[in-house]
Unconditional design. Structure first.
Length: 175
């Protein structure tokens, strides 16, 4: 018999019926090993925007991130420390409504109260007349608190109607 590797359980989801600047998943149970955040059909409606994530409403300068970006034949990297949010993707999120953005973020060991929290996210956008862009981002929240809420916001503006937000818990597998 093959070992069970864990399953994803939908904790909560939202499809926007009106434009909002943020979506919060609260009262997250501490019964999973990891969290997976899936954002689809993202449309931010502004020309320069980002996917900003905060844990437990913490708006202090407790977030770091490193970004690897590939667009066509050009690769770039960037790093930021002491930020007020965790960067999960973007710059031009869903500017072209024909090609909305998609982001998947994995938040590891979120309920542990002895270590800082890390996350990995992957983001992509396709643009009319260009090659689009893909990003891989590693995030750090410098807190040992268990994550009980996740807020996903735009840096400026609002998420448009139809954008989808899903939060999954990863159940521990039997080894």
């Amino acid at each position: 018999m093959a070992a069970k590797t864990g399953t994803y359980t939908l904790i909560n989801s939202s499809t926007l019926g009106s434009a909002v600047s943020s979506v919060t998943f609260s009262s997250i149970p501490g019964t999973y090993t990891d969290l997976v955040l899936v954002l689809g059909d993202l449309k931010a409606g502004t020309s320069s925007n980002t996917i900003c994530v905060r844990y437990n409403s913490d708006s202090g300068t407790n977030y770091n991130y490193t970004i690897l970006t590939s667009g066509g034949s050009v690769g770039q990297s960037a790093r930021a420390t002491n930020q007020t949010y965790s960067f999960f993707g973007g710059y031009n999120v869903g500017v072209d409504s024909t090609y909305p953005s998609v982001m998947v973020g994995h938040i590891m060991d979120y309920a542990n109260t002895t270590t800082y929290k890390t996350g990995l996210s992957r983001y992509n956008i396709e643009r009319a007349g260009s090659t689009g862009e893909t990003q891989a981002i590693v995030n750090l929240w410098r807190s040992t608190a268990a994550i009980t809420s996740v807020t996903v916001a735009t840096y400026t503006g609002n998420w448009s109607v139809g954008s989808t937000f899903k939060l999954y818990g990863v159940e521990a597998g039997n080894q």
